[in-house]
Ligand binder design. Structure first.
Ligand code: HQG
Length: 182
């Protein structure tokens, strides 16, 4: 299975397991799981064919470990825009987490802090490099430092997804450090 095919199947899975299951007539369960055979049939009926072996390979080799297979079912580990409750327990974050964004968002983020926007949690990275890659998706990356330790002490709840992405409802401006002018 070539790299291009892997990326294509991965993007297809992300789209339908995170954002638009209804586009191919799928319903996720409340925790975001769907039966793999049902998914493969629904995709085929809507013009995109892939095999169980291809799915397993995408899950196993995915650069961000975006999906979990559990017996006959699969779900996305994070990143949903449809309502799901992943059922993750609250977790104690490390002292600092990082958020990669882009210059155009900064003014708004300074004013209101980080918001989940279309997803249902703010996504934070455990290290600067990962945050830089997240920011690079939208052009020049800007990495914000999140004082997660202080947030945790203030009662903000954190969860960590199966692939190591930290999730929280919002980050107020006072818990953010912005890069200095250059
Ligand atoms: C920004 C990808 C204005 C935020 C990534 C971001 C990640 C604000 C954008 C995961 C704002 C939302 C999530 C505010 C936040 N005003 N802009 N108050 N608060 N923003 O894609 O964190 O490859 O929903 O900075 O790697 O970029 O899909 O979130 O730029 O892990 O698996 O609003 O998605 O993973 O964008 O990315 P997103 P994100 P996958």
């Amino acid at each position: 299975m070539g790299e291009r095919r892997t990326v294509k199947v991965s993007k297809y899975l992300s789209r339908h397991l995170r954002h638009q299951p209804d586009r191919i007539g799928l319903t996720l369960d409340p925790a975001g799981w769907v039966d793999i055979d049902t998914l493969i049939s629904a995709a085929a009926e809507h013009g995109f064919r892939f095999t169980r072996e291809e799915l397993d390979r995408v899950v196993a080799t995915n650069d961000k470990r975006r999906f979990t297979v559990d017996g006959a079912r699969i779900r996305a580990n994070q990143g949903h825009t449809v309502a799901v409750d992943l059922g993750l327990p609250p977790a104690t974050p490390p002292p600092y987490l990082y958020h990669g964004t882009h210059p155009r968002a900064l003014e708004s983020i300074r004013a209101t802090g980080l918001k989940p926007m279309d997803r249902h949690a703010v996504h934070l990275s455990p290290d600067r490099d990962t945050a830089t890659r997240v920011g690079l998706r939208r052009g020049r990356p800007v990495v914000l430092v999140v004082d997660a330790g202080a947030m945790h002490r203030d009662g903000h709840v954190f969860h960590v997804s199966a692939n190591g992405v930290w999730l929280t409802a919002a980050v107020p401006p006072r818990h953010l450090r912005f890069p200095g002018p250059r």
